[in-house]
Design a binder for this molecule. Structure first.
Ligand code: SAH
Length: 272
């Protein structure tokens, strides 16, 4: 549908994965001037202080197993905000189009005639490994990289990801939302023919003061993760690139912790 001239524009903005300094210049400009902000649970909390005091802030986050606000309500709320505000920032952790449902929100708004624009962000799958000096590609150790979600089985009955095929189809696997299913994932990769000694890393709360990681052969990773008590959010990297780590080149971690933001306003829109 053609954009409606009286409606505000919704910007689907990537916040980056943890360190607030990873925000893009474009995202910073929009955050500093928006009159409405709808934000996710994984958004670095210092960014919430950027909008002007008059900005209407709404928390629309989800955490695994705790859907504070349904996707349907979020879609409806964004459309409603566009009818009452001019510049609406829909702030999402990392990049809005990488496992972030950004495309679903964009499609919904576009169908209603709401002007919508995406502002890419730095995705966790690239930045979080970099924060331990780990490159996701390397001329000698990784010519291909696959981003994959480990969360599909929790939501769906069928296997959405063919882990056994991935075991030999790519040099580097970057797994989002995989920490809870890591035992299953590793078992599937082994069954698919992956060398159990393939180096692997799991990084929790990357690019924040709470960052913690374990590194070891992929067959041992689930046990290492359990022993060290690693929790979501975490990125898992499997592949020879893990041996190419140069910890000394990792950026300094931000000093402030990244607590999950407390809701300021909880969406109250009713959706039939
Ligand atoms: N759109 C986001 C991903 C959303 S899915 C992006 O582009 O980064 C949420 C998952 O991203 C988490 O479960 C975790 O796997 C990963 N993630 C996001 N932030 C992270 C962080 N700071 N440290 C480790 N993993 C993170």
């Amino acid at each position: 549908m053609a954009a409606h001239p009286s409606l505000g524009t919704v910007y689907l903005v990537g916040a980056g994965p943890g360190d607030p300094e990873l925000l893009t210049v474009r995202a910073h400009g929009l955050l500093c001037s928006c009159d409405a902000l709808a934000y996710d649970a994984l958004v670095p909390s210092p960014l919430l202080a950027l909008p002007p005091p008059t900005c209407h802030k709404v928390f629309v986050g989800k955490r695994r197993g705790h859907h504070f606000v349904s996707q349907k309500s979020t879609n409806a709320m964004l459309a409603q905000l566009a009818s009452t505000h001019k510049t609406i920032v829909r702030l999402k952790g990392g990049d809005p189009f990488v496992f972030g449902r950004g495309a679903e929100e964009a499609a919904h708004l576009h169908a209603l005639g709401v002007p919508v624009q995406v502002v890419p962000g730095i995705t966790a799958g690239i930045a979080v490994p970099a924060y331990i000096g780990l490159p996701v590609t390397h001329r000698e150790a990784g010519s291909s990289v696959t981003f994959v979600t480990g969360h599909e089985l929790v939501d769906k009955e069928r296997h959405g990801v063919n882990w056994q095929a991935l075991a030999t189809a790519t040099d580097t696997l970057v797994i989002y939302m995989g920490i809870h299913s890591l035992g299953m994932i590793v078992a599937e990769l082994l069954a698919g023919g992956m060398d159990p000694a393939t180096p692997a890393a799991a990084i929790q709360q990357g690019a924040t003061a709470l960052q913690k990681q374990v590194i070891g052969p992929m067959a041992a990773l689930p046990q290492l993760v359990q022993e060290q008590g690693l929790q979501a959010p975490a990125i898992v990297v499997v592949g020879k690139v893990v041996d190419q780590r140069i910890p000394a080149c990792a950026p300094p971690l931000p000093k402030a912790e990244m607590p999950i933001p407390v809701p300021t306003t909880v969406a109250t829109i009713q959706v039939s």
